[in-house]
Design a protein around this ligand. Structure first.
Ligand SMILES: *Cc1c(COP(=O)(O)O)cnc(C)c1O
Length: 386
């Protein structure tokens, strides 16, 4: 059976993971080495020279993640932000980028504070609005960077429609989708017309809140070569131990995601009918404004929920302090359920007015629903809401 024809759960376990040829070890070893001997000057044993350029544990992870996204090439980095920065290194001074208006805070910061210094400009655009995207394109635009679902309001952008819009204009704008919230199990942007997928593997791919990592997946050979060149030149590479942990994690990605989705849907439905809850944002609810798009481009709706609690900032804080199973913490995507107040925690660096305009009010709460028993989670929320 050809590996690329295998279904997701089989690819997760097989892709990139042939037994070690030297020893027959079934599990990819942690090749904890910086350098490799050469048979004679310039003649390597198996193509490896130095671990910033290439490391076999990393190669296995890169193949594995590429296979999970249905892409040809995976390029791994030390963090999701390092993966983003590698992408921006493809650009030149004076190039223009169109950025989702509620992208991850660290993504905004990279454009706003780092690359603005070398003359790369950007516009923030609501990616659910095709006209707004069209309007923002200039002859200098080289990259569209979007997330779907977004953070923390779980807005859904129509990847295929955006890709069609760009291709119709026949301009050479690259479309990159940060697929961290959806994971390769729920959504595959390359199939929908994107040129590149980015992951913070720190989140669902890692899944156990114990690794920081990032990855890019592409189909175009030249683009992959450019990115491998940036990877080794800039050097923000993941260590072999982290690659090993991520390979261990992807084996259970599907079953974890199935449970994340199952739990989140039940909790979203519970919150939606609760008297102390004003509004729930979850792409799987029919009340979600882009539910029809989510249904079309995602296999299921993920483990993230945001909701507006009735009351003010104090009520929101009080509620988040009162949960016992949901831990009060930033980050997301792990097996353990987390709760946070975006306006005070993850999104505190956004200026107040912009935050309110986006809908990130002081009484908005974000849940990263874990894989615990859903009845226990609902009971915890019930007592905290009380
Ligand atoms: C966490 C996150 C990032 C950044 O990834 P790091 O691994 O923390 O550098 C980027 N995008 C999204 C959507 C994220 O949630």
């Amino acid at each position: 059976m050809e590996k690329s024809k295998l279904k997701f759960a089989s690819r997760a376990i097989k892709a990139g993971q042939s037994p070690d040829p030297a020893t027959g070890a079934k599990v990819i070893p942690i090749y904890q080495t910086s350098t490799y001997i050469q048979k004679e000057p310039g003649k390597t044993v198996a193509g490896y020279e130095y671990s910033r350029s290439e490391n076999p544990t990393r190669t296995a992870l890169e193949k594995n993640l590429a296979a999970l996204e249905g892409g040809k090439y995976g390029i791994c980095f030390a963090s999701g932000c390092a993966a983003l920065v590698a992408t921006v290194h493809l650009l030149r001074a004076d190039d223009h980028v169109i950025l989702g208006d509620d992208v991850y805070g660290g993504t905004f910061r990279v454009f706003d504070k780092i690359f603005s210094k070398v003359g790369i400009t950007f516009s923030s655009v609501d990616m659910t609005n095709l006209d707004a995207i069209n309007h923002a394109i200039t002859e200098k635009t080289k990259l569209i960077w979007l997330e779907t679902p977004t953070n923390p309001l779980l807005k859904i952008a129509d990847i295929k429609k955006i890709a069609d819009l760009i291709k119709e204009e026949d301009n050479k704008i690259m479309i990159a989708v940060d697929n961290t919230f959806a994971t390769p199990y729920l959504q595959n942007p390359l199939e929908l017309g994107a040129d590149m997928v980015c992951h913070s593997s720190t989140k669902y791919i890692g899944g156990h809140a114990d690794v920081i990592g990032g990855a890019l997946i592409v189909n175009d050979k030249q683009l992959a070569q450019d990115l491998y060149f940036i990877q080794k030149s800039v050097g923000a590479v993941p260590g072999p131990m982290d690659c090993y942990l991520l390979l261990r994690s992807t084996k259970t990605l599907q079953i974890r995601m199935e449970r994340h989705c199952y739990n989140a849907k039940k909790i979203a439905e519970f919150l939606e009918q609760h008297a102390h809850v004003q509004n729930v944002f979850y792409p799987g609810l029919v009340s979600h404004p882009q539910n029809h798009i989510a249904k079309k481009q995602m296999r299921d709706f993920g483990g993230m929920i945001s909701f507006v609690i009735k009351g003010d900032k104090k009520n929101a804080s009080q509620f988040c302090k009162s949960t016992k199973l949901f831990s009060l913490a930033e980050s997301l995507g792990g097996v353990e359920s987390l709760i946070e107040v975006p306006s005070i925690m993850t999104h505190a660096s956004i200026p107040h007015e912009k935050r309110i305009a986006l809908g990130i009010t002081d009484n908005l709460i974000r849940l990263s629903v874990g894989i615990e028993d859903v009845d226990d989670l609902i009971e915890d929320l019930t007592q905290a809401l009380r």
